[in-house]
Write a protein that binds this ligand. Structure first.
Ligand SMILES: CSC[C@H]1O[C@H](OP(=O)(O)O)[C@H](O)[C@@H]1O
Length: 354
């Protein structure tokens, strides 16, 4: 069950909106197909949407070539237009912008070297494939650092961990970030159980995290979001590990809606709250979490559950897809280059200076 697969001039995306009931795929042959897939969360998760958008730009470049747009100045302007359209698909996960910026830099470098539009397109495809492959290494490294840091802190004993949303293979190109750490601990026999928040309204926890962990033989218990406090209060949870969509220069972290509440509950019950994320999720241009744009999604995602009307069709709804956990609530952030203990403006800047 691959999240994403690139086949010369088409991107095959596992349609996550249909999981776990159906394993179906979307065949993306245009950049618009990729943008649509990102917008409806057929592909989701910060790193995965960055990789998908990179391939979307390759499809855009191929389309420009098919339309015989070979004047490199016009071709580059066309690329920038496609990149901007893909970037607008979802505003919170900075990996989307990071991946597209990296792709446009590749195009600029080729252009400066006097390459043709066709050569630029080939270079973009190589860059997208590289980005995709690198995410696999990054996941492994985050997972190793995270497991080591938790063992250092909690000792080599079986742990019960709570996680929110899905920061697993379905959100990345490989074993995941938060679920990557859980997988690394499980490999060492150090996971007693995982409590997976269902994660309303789109239920990434119930639909995706439970599916991933059960497939790996990792003991997992599905709970409603409102049960998170009670499992902590009753001493069932040793640690919380979540993913991230954007981390600012002081360590404030945007993640799926409900993560902030979990962090407050963890702090109240003196349970360490960990974040696992690649460096591409850091946005050092933002000094604090209040600056992060929070995506608001369609009201029917809350009023309905597939074809079941849960609330009045005209019920007023507020449906932010993310919230921001203040750095003070975070014990450590695990990245592919190491761990940032007690994230703050000081520790984050020191980490990026080394
Ligand atoms: C490995 S990052 C996953 C991150 O993305 C999810 O959001 P969405 O499902 O809306 O793409 C969620 O915030 C996860 O923690």
């Amino acid at each position: 069950m691959k999240t994403l697969e690139w086949r010369r001039n088409e991107l095959i995306i596992l349609d996550q909106t249909k999981l776990p009931a159906e394993e179906t795929y979307r065949r993306c042959t245009s950049w618009q197909d990729v943008k649509d897939a990102i917008s409806v969360l057929a592909v989701r998760g910060a790193p995965a949407i960055g990789v998908a958008a990179a391939y979307g730009l390759v499809l855009g470049a191929s389309e420009l070539l098919r339309r015989k747009i070979t004047d490199t100045a016009v071709f580059s302007a066309g690329l920038a237009t496609v990149a901007a359209a893909l970037d607008a698909a979802r505003p919170t996960a900075v990996n989307l912008h990071w991946a597209l910026t990296r792709m446009l830099k590749t195009a600029e470098k080729e252009l400066a070297a006097g390459k043709s539009s066709a050569a630029i397109t080939l270079a973009l495809e190589r860059e997208a494939v590289t980005l995709h492959a690198k995410d696999i290494e990054i996941n492994r490294s985050i997972s190793a650092y995270g497991a080591a840091a938790i063992i250092m802190q909690k000792g080599a004993k079986k742990l019960t961990v709570l996680t929110h949303c899905n920061a697993g293979a379905l959100a990345t190109a490989d074993i995941g970030t938060a679920l990557g750490v859980i997988r690394a601990l499980h490999k060492r026999g150090l996971i007693e159980r995982v409590y997976a928040d269902e994660t309303r309204p789109l239920l990434q926890g119930a639909r995706l995290t439970v599916t991933e962990l059960k497939a790996d033989g990792i003991p997992v218990t599905l709970i409603t979001d409102s049960t998170a406090g009670w499992v902590m209060k009753t001493g069932r949870v040793d640690a919380v590990i979540v993913g991230a969509d954007r981390i600012t220069a002081n360590g404030d972290t945007a993640n799926k809606i409900g993560t902030y509440s979990v962090s407050v509950l963890a702090k109240e019950h003196r349970i360490p709250f960990y974040v696992a994320a690649p460096l591409s999720t850091f946005d050092l241009s933002m000094t604090k979490g209040e600056e992060i744009p929070i995506e608001e999604r369609h009201h029917d995602e809350v009023r309905r559950l597939r074809d079941v009307q849960l609330a009045l069709a005209d019920a007023d709804v507020f449906n932010p897809a993310f919230d921001v956990t203040p750095h003070q609530n975070i014990e450590a952030i695990f990245t592919e280059k190491g761990t940032i203990e007690k994230p703050s403006e000081t520790t984050v800047s020191a980490f990026f200076r080394t």
